[in-house]
Design a protein around this ligand. Structure first.
Ligand code: GLA
Length: 394
């Protein structure tokens, strides 16, 4: 076991002695062979906002905006082109980018992104074709991995369309091995929508794996993905993350309160924070949500535990908690109903080991005070109050 894994094991063993905290959090496991994504990947992906309307120009401007908006400095790294960049294979079988949309080719674009201090990601599909009918990687695993590495790709999302008779663990492992053989460190993002129980095998194959169907820019869809991904909390940890899909923050289908809840819940789940909006044209509220460093710190905590549901008054009021490396807990009071509601978080249920805690509101950026045994707040409709509770005393 690596040193980091031993440290994690020790910290988790401590948290498990807490009164009612039964979640294993991060079990002591080996890190992934590629040693990447030790905290959940952060970045941007073109799909949720642009779908097939991607181009070199858009990606360059997005990289510029990631820097100018402060997102890079807040931790966002990967700029990922999703489906539709590829049009064909050449006579040697190599993937060819759409010459109209990417006139200078992918390598030049990757260089541009790297020059901004960012990392570059691309999309392919394990089957014969991508979900939008472009060429897939089936039968070209070695070649595509080499092509991507030669372009300077740092992250590959591999989809699962047009792969009906294939065995998912086998196919994804094949591509993982091909990526490994390139010698370039490349994050592997598995995207088979949770359809082959990836939580059972993907931790050995990729760095993140989708647990759900595609997210939609609507409150019920976001909650649905939360609920599904929450089922698999125990398998997440450094280098291996459940992926409830990319963020919709800023795409217009939810209110700002709903987007703050979405972002908070992804942080509590230690989910990848892959923005999916148009970074070139963000409202002040969207930018503030995506760059809230106190919330990002919850997501990126080095313990790498995925938070869990610790209390609920079904079906609409819930408390979620995530153990943090320093012994504190991030606690989300989630109001799924359409009216404001009072919600109480009991410290023992959240796994806190002391009776008293200092509570800090991570959206208001202020310490709320010292509380004994519980903390209660009125939570807006379709909203979250996200706090960090740090135990005091013995
Ligand atoms: C699937 C994936 C999406 C996106 C599209 C692209 O639906 O789940 O995230 O990559 O394909 O076609």
């Amino acid at each position: 076991m690596s040193r980091l894994a031993l440290v994690i094991a020790a910290v988790v063993a401590g948290s498990l002695t807490g009164a009612s905290w039964t979640h294993a959090g991060v079990a002591p496991r080996a890190l992934p062979a590629n040693q990447l994504a030790l905290t959940p990947p952060m970045g941007w992906n073109s799909w949720n906002h642009f779908a097939c309307n991607v181009s070199e120009q858009t990606i360059r401007e997005t990289a510029d905006a990631m820097v100018a908006s402060g997102m890079r400095d807040a931790g966002y790294r990967y700029v990922v082109i999703d489906d539709c960049w590829q049009v064909a294979r050449d006579s040697s079988g190599a993937l060819v980018a759409d010459p109209q949309r990417f006139p200078h080719g992918i390598k030049v674009l990757a260089d541009y992104v790297h020059d901004k201090g960012l990392l570059f990601g691309i999309y392919t599909d394990a089957g014969t074709n991508t979900c939008q009918g472009r060429p897939g990687t089936l039968g070209h695993e070695e070649q595509d991995a080499r092509t991507f590495a030669s372009w300077g790709v740092d992250y590959v999302k591999e989809d699962w369309c047009h792969a009906p008779h294939l065995d998912a663990p086998t196919q994804y492992a094949k591509f993982r091995d091909a990526l490994t053989r390139t010698g370039r460190p490349i994050v592997l993002s598995i995207c088979e929508w949770g359809s082959n129980q990836p939580w059972d095998w993907a931790p050995r194959v990729g760095n993140l794996w989708r647990t759900t169907d595609d997210i939609e820019d609507r409150w019920p869809s976001m909650l649905d993905n939360l609920d599904q991904s929450a089922q698999h909390a125990t398998v997440a940890g450094p280098g291996r993350w459940n992926d409830p899909d990319m963020l919709e923050v800023g795409n217009g289908g939810m209110t700002d309160d709903e987007y703050r809840a979405h972002f908070s819940l992804w942080a509590i789940m230690a989910a990848p924070l892959i923005a999916g909006n148009d970074l070139r044209d963000m409202s002040a509220a969207t930018r503030a949500t995506l760059t809230n460093r106190e919330v990002i710190a919850v997501d990126q905590d080095s313990l790498g535990a995925q938070g869990i549901l610790v209390w609920e008054s079904p079906p609409e009021l819930q408390v979620w908690a995530k153990p943090m490396r320093d012994g504190s807990r991030a606690i989300a009071l989630l109001n799924r109903s359409s009216a404001p509601a009072r919600i109480t978080a009991y410290f023992s249920r959240a796994g806190l080991k002391a009776d008293s805690a200092v509570v800090r509101d991570l959206w208001a950026h202020e310490d709320v005070g010292r509380f004994s045994r519980q903390f209660a707040a009125t939570v807006p409709a379709h909203g979250v109050i996200l706090v960090r509770a740090t135990p005091i005393g013995p």
